[in-house]
Ligand binder design. Structure first.
Ligand SMILES: Cc1cc2nc3c(=O)[nH]c(=O)nc-3n(C[C@H](O)[C@H](O)[C@H](O)COP(=O)(O)OP(=O)(O)OC[C@H]3O[C@@H](n4cnc5c(N)ncnc54)[C@H](O)[C@@H]3O)c2cc1C
Ligand SMILES: NC(=O)C1=CN([C@@H]2O[C@H](COP(=O)(O)OP(=O)(O)OC[C@H]3O[C@@H](n4cnc5c(N)ncnc54)[C@H](OP(=O)(O)O)[C@@H]3O)[C@@H](O)[C@H]2O)C=CC1
Ligand SMILES: O=C(O)C(=O)Cc1c[nH]c2ccccc12
Length: 427
């Protein structure tokens, strides 16, 4: 357990008095176990692990459903791009009927079943506005739009993709056509015959481009940087699974070399289409800066055939279209920003040591990214997708359960505060 500077008796009395005064004025609830922020896969996974260990908890979720990223912010044709065995959460496998790459709907129904099985009932419409550690009381104070929650442990599970990144490109507000981020794209049903620019070439940009193309749109894909494209499957086996298997025996550079040779044979030279590859290999790049390679499900064939046209980065937007870095100008009906997401943790978490101001991720990288000080934890910030979520969830639950079961969790302060709190939620 962390060691705190001892507060004086007077400090403690004043702080307890302040806390009690605040509680009597506003709705304030003491939570006996941890408060988990976010009811996505990470929040559910750590909740299930805590349940297994008999630790009560409360999940606060800003939306009115669990798995909100998957339910509200993803397109219809989405399928997991890692095989299902790498995406399941702790203590429950996917249905054997699910295909290797479950669909969005299957993944959502898995999350629903998961929550039901473990009797996880998040509190919805609770947007966390601030969380601050009271060093005198040794409690976290979590303020939502409705209430204040007081707890000993705080688990940040708000995700790597909490907020859309909207590019700050000149003239973006001038564009008179339709402009939307991939998080609001559902399908290309209305796009038939229209001219569409997709800005950004991650997995979202590639898959949305493919979907638009399949729906009869004329698609331009703006690529400003180097990136790795790998086929999702090599000889009928998942590229990701194959990579993980090879990494048991070979160094990452050798596995990267193998992946690039296979990509060359299966996809051909990406440079011919205007897409340059980084000098560092795909897995090494993922491990070092977290940049996920594109796992291609068909968009690259459309690029090679010219159905999707690769254009350089956008220099500026115009009222009717865009000008690109090479001076080319095109008119568009629709522009879709596929420019990714960012963490929102720094907008509400008032602490300076565990989470970085720069990117809102824990400062320490995997495997030391899950535990901060003063009872602060994170799940789902390891840049390892859903398999990273499970690893974090196990570690966090084990650590908290250890404290919960020891006498240390029953401090005098918690009893004193607990008696004064009105009501309490703990699932
Ligand atoms: C299009 C897309 C496809 C993906 N496909 C894959 C894949 O195939 N395989 C894979 O491994 N990963 C994939 N990912 C990565 C994705 O991050 C994970 O699948 C997973 O959703 C991460 O779970 P999470 O719970 O950490 O975050 P999220 O799913 O984002 O959940 C976080 C939750 O926190 C809530 N929240 C945020 N801020 C607050 C606040 N202030 N107060 C209260 N609640 C808050 C949100 O509403 C949300 O419900 C994909 C991501 C995207 C965008
Ligand atoms: N089937 C699946 O399972 C899918 C999984 N995903 C996952 O979801 C997560 C998010 O993916 P995604 O939404 O693609 O986001 P990413 O962050 O992976 O990609 C964003 C892209 O936008 C570009 N970009 C960012 N800012 C700008 C800008 N100002 N101008 C031009 N381009 C810009 C980036 O290029 P640059 O390199 O230059 O910064 C990058 O190509 C990833 O983890 C991904 O793997 C997404 C879709 C499908
Ligand atoms: O979907 C994502 O963003 C992921 O992080 C999944 C993932 C983890 N490690 C990888 C290596 C190659 C491709 C995807 C992933």
């Amino acid at each position: 357990m962390a060691v705190y500077p001892e507060a004086t008796r007077d400090d403690k009395c004043n702080a307890i008095f302040d806390a009690q005064l605040k509680m009597s004025q506003s709705r304030c609830v003491c939570i006996p176990g941890p408060v988990i922020i976010g009811a996505g896969p990470s929040g559910l996974a750590v909740a299930a692990c805590l349940k297994e260990r008999g630790v009560p908890f409360l999940i606060l979720e800003k939306e009115d459903c669990l798995g909100s990223l998957w339910k509200l912010k993803t397109y219809d044709r989405l399928q997991l791009h890692l095989p299902k065995e790498f995406c399941q959460l702790p203590h429950m496998s996917f249905s054997p009927d699910f295909p290797t790459y479950p669909t969005k709907q299957q993944f959502i129904s898995y999350l629903e079943t998961y929550a039901k099985y473990f009797s996880i009932e998040p509190m919805f419409r609770q947007k966390v506005q601030s969380a601050i550690y009271d060093a005198t009381l040794r409690f976290w104070r979590v303020q939502t739009n409705e209430s204040e929650f007081i707890c000993r442990w705080l688990i940040v599970a708000t995700g790597e993709n909490a907020e859309e990144v909207v590019p700050d490109i000149a003239g973006i507000s001038e564009f008179k056509g339709k402009l939307l981020h991939t998080s609001r794209y559902k399908d290309g049903a209305d796009a038939k015959g229209s001219k569409v620019l997709v800005v950004g070439c991650g997995n979202s940009g590639m898959e949305v481009s493919l979907d638009l193309c399949n729906n009869g749109a004329q698609v331009f894909l703006s690529v400003r940087n180097k990136l790795h494209i790998l086929p999702r499957d090599i000889l009928g086996r998942s590229t990701f699974a194959l990579s993980m298997w090879l990494l048991n025996w070979f160094p990452v550079k050798m596995v990267d070399w193998f992946l690039l040779r296979c990509s060359q044979v299966i996809l051909g030279d990406t440079i011919r289409t205007g897409i340059r590859r980084p000098e560092i290999g795909p897995l090494e790049l993922k491990n070092s800066v977290g940049k996920t390679p594109v796992l291609d499900v068909g968009a690259f064939a459309k690029i090679k055939s010219g159905d999707i046209k690769v254009v350089p980065g956008v220099k500026r937007f115009l009222t009717t279209g865009a000008e690109f870095a090479d001076g080319q100008v095109e008119e568009f009906d629709l522009i879709i920003t596929a420019t990714g997401y960012r963490s929102n943790a720094k907008s509400w978490l008032k602490e300076d040591s565990f989470f970085s101001d720069e990117d809102g991720f824990p400062r320490n990288s995997f495997p030391n990214n899950w535990k901060g000080k003063d009872g602060l934890y994170s799940v789902g910030f390891s840049r390892r997708g859903l398999s990273g979520v499970s690893v974090d969830a196990h570690k966090v639950a084990e650590d908290i359960a250890g404290q919960w079961n020891s006498e240390a969790s029953n401090t005098t302060e918690s009893h004193l505060l607990g008696k004064r709190c009105r009501g309490g939620f703990a699932t």
